[in-house]
Write a protein that binds this ligand. Sequence first.
Ligand SMILES: Nc1ncnc2c1ncn2[C@@H]1O[C@H](COP(=O)(O)OP(=O)(O)OP(=O)(O)O)[C@@H](O)[C@H]1O
Ligand SMILES: [Mg+2]
Length: 470
Amino acid sequence: MGLYERLSGASAPAATPPSEADGGEAAPAPSAAPEPDAMAERLAQLRRRTHQALVRALGPRLYDTSTSQAQLEQAVRDKLTEVLAGESMPMSAADRAQLTAAIVDDILGYGPLEPLLDDESVTEVMCNGHRQVYIERSGRLELTDITFLDEGHLRRVIEKIVGEVGRRIDEAQPYVDARLPDGSRVNAVIPPVTIDGPTLTIRKFSAEAFTGADLVSYGTWTNAASEFLAAAVQGRTNILVSGGTGAGKTTTLNVLSNFIPTTERIVTIEDAAELRLGQPHVVRMEYRPPNIEGRGEIAIRDLVRNALRMRPDRIVVGEVRGGEALDMLQAMNTGHDGSISTVHANSPRDAIARLETMVLMAGVDLPVRAIREQIAAGIQFIVHQSRMKDGSRRITHVTEVTGMEGDTIMLQDIFLYDEGMGFDPESGRALGHLKATGIRPTITDHLGDQGIGVDVSWFQPEDFARRGRR
Ligand SMILES: Nc1ncnc2c1ncn2[C@@H]1O[C@H](COP(=O)(O)OP(=O)(O)OP(=O)(O)O)[C@@H](O)[C@H]1O
Ligand SMILES: [Mg+2]
């Protein structure tokens, strides 16, 4: 077992980064090479001691933005050599190199999380206290062998991430959202709010944004649905992407937003900037949380209102979750059409119900019927997405809002996921796909009038194994 594993307390080498110094580690069976716990503990103590000595010695320089990364790394290495020279513990050159790498990762990077952050196949990292680190890979959760030295070690990594974006986390403000320099989204919560130690959740930013074709290859949607929605976006329809947590709403919103013609001025408003648009003319705005005294919050709603004065051709809102729903609907109904957003909901019908509730949150005394009329006139399509039990993300409904009958908002499904096709008994993979129901959207003629081509074959019905309509 190599030093890195001993230090991080890992039992299997699989989840640790490959290291040349570890070349022969697979050979000795654990019983053949007695590896007393005492040795591992001494190394762990050495790493803790060295880390603390370095933090003390370098102090504020570690967060000083005027020092370049290369200068900082050199300063850390120099100081480290000095500190290690004063240590009496015998170490081979390979062990010393590994210890240095681990400490440099701790100080300059994100400690034991570095290999996970470098691994592109890992999409999410979840630390539940210092002893348990889960990852998501290909949509599935996996427990890793990675651990932190102790609670303080995880806490330092959290403080580093949070400190880098000028935020802080302490007993008074025990949870915080932050972002890594590469754009990955981070949430950290510490005791007393979390009971079993600090908790860190990182949603990694994929190196490349997904395209419509990627979503076809993942089985998320089909060519027909993709082409139809591209036409709908070009034709300035208002679209709401709905789904549960982690269903892939933001990813789909990003793909849809990239269908907006490059000639238009786009204003994006997000809780934490995640969207990546390829168009040249984009203004990005982000929610600002209140400061430590609870003042200075700039809500999504304020930003939506402000966006209307920025001569937008399109407004893309990362997620509607409150009173901004009213401002968005009003904008959609007064000429700012072609807007796209997401909402947390369990079905298209539920998305409508949530919108109603959110409009009520705006604190304006509107009768329910008036709210429904605004919704029916404002939203043309709901694209609903789910995370299947095999981890894949699938669009399950492309639903058109066709108007009102009495007090009810009318919906019709244009594409539906065929749930009846079930799962492969061996691999567990979802076998269904998105199928046209055969209904031609009422928007078709409107798109045709604008010179946007609509191919009737997109709506050619396919047989359903079992109707999964809701
Ligand atoms: N179509 C897809 N196929 C496979 N993986 C996807 C797909 N869409 C998103 N993902 C992955 O799922 C994770 C969550 O995606 P995303 O942030 O888009 O979800 P969300 O619904 O917006 O989540 P939240 O509710 O937290 O805002 C990401 O790691 C992303 O890489
Ligand atoms: Mg999202």
